[in-house]
Write a protein that binds this ligand. Sequence first.
Ligand SMILES: [Zn+2]
Length: 114
Amino acid sequence: MTTIPDTKHRATCPPWCTADHDEQEHSDDRWHLSTPLWLPVVELATISPSNGPMRSEEFGIELTIGIEQRVDENEPYISVVSDDRERGFRLSLDSTRRLTVALSAVLHDVWEPR
Ligand SMILES: [Zn+2]
């Protein structure tokens, strides 16, 4: 396990890390974190009222996208988390790459159907 001293700028941090490790309470649960990107998106949610028919409704939400890596791990993950922090993913770099390719293929089918 890598030991990180309690200073704000660390030689052991990856170049993208902007975390203030002094603010991370548990020394055995520290994460390198990038500056997050906030992406407003429109989500189609299914509403199931108890006294009416199920319907779909658009909601504006904000996704937080960033790089995360436990200080004792070698590989970063890409996090995509909803603004309520109740939903999200931490994907490996390879999974993120494959998801990006798949999303591009799906969008291509929508915008440029065969
Ligand atoms: Zn760091």
